[in-house]
Design a protein around this ligand. Sequence first.
Ligand code: NDP
Ligand code: OAA
Length: 274
Amino acid sequence: MQHLALIGFGAIARTLVATLCDQPDMRLRKLSLLVRSTPDELRRAAAEICAPRDIEVQVFTDIAQMLAARPDLVVECAGQKAVADHGAAVLGAGVDLVTASVGAFADQALFDRLKETAAGRGARIILPAGAIGGIDALVAARLSGLNELSYTGRKPPGGWKGTDAESRVDLDALTEEAVFFEGTAREAAMRFPKNANVAATLALAGPGMDETRVRLIADPATTENTHEYQVRSQAVDYSMRLVGKVSPLNPKTSLSTAYSLARTVLNRSGAIII
Ligand SMILES: NC(=O)C1=CN([C@@H]2O[C@H](COP(=O)(O)OP(=O)(O)OC[C@H]3O[C@@H](n4cnc5c(N)ncnc54)[C@H](OP(=O)(O)O)[C@@H]3O)[C@@H](O)[C@H]2O)C=CC1
Ligand SMILES: O=C([O-])CC(=O)C(=O)O
């Protein structure tokens, strides 16, 4: 792949680009960024990250202009609203779209519309594992017949600041863990758009948005983002626990998310997909 486009240039995007720049097999020639503020600062930051490689950086504030530059792949790392605002334009241009903000698809009408647009234009919506893992095993388990999937997300109180958790629990006063949400993946992804995308990813790989049970916890005893889930199926039972380091650029985001996106991009380029 020669020309990669990103929507958003925050914590995930910056780590993603730095990681891709480190990969000798990645023959990236051009990086396009869609941003909505301070394009000069972002252009400088991107140029600095790309400096070790000869990559042309272009910054856009208009999706049509970015798509006119004909990227090979667009990766959304901006937020659920960006999927709703720009997904149809990307897919309608026949360009594959990787969405970090998988929780956007808790909106069934949006999901159906984007799937239809993708199918009509021969483009694909690619859902990365993100901060969760084991999606390969989960899809295989679903194909055998899934009996149960439940997910628990645990973050330090600071990771829940500025979210609906604040209306349910006093994050600053917590002395022990608080389970502040129990419900479906659809509700979780909609109520916690910056924190529960992984619940939507598990749901789409597994039994569905309304069938996947979710618990969210604020825990003052941890400094990490822990994602745990249990699967029971006709072929395999397993449980998985990922203890994610927090991104130094965004306390809500697990650092591993950017590396999962890097894997997704690399799998579009090399001779081997793994
Ligand atoms: N699947 C997964 O496992 C995970 C998914 N996520 C998803 O990824 C998203 C990004 O995470 P992260 O990088 O940590 O967040 P950041 O807040 O660090 O970065 C997001 C960037 O996107 C920009 N942005 C927002 N909306 C738009 C838009 N419409 N067009 C262009 N740029 C936009 C913001 O810019 P500004 O606001 O300055 O304009 C900001 O710079 C999260 O909101 C979440 O939805 C996050 C973690 C895990
Ligand atoms: O990065 C994480 O820990 C998970 C996250 O925010 C999300 O799923 O939206």
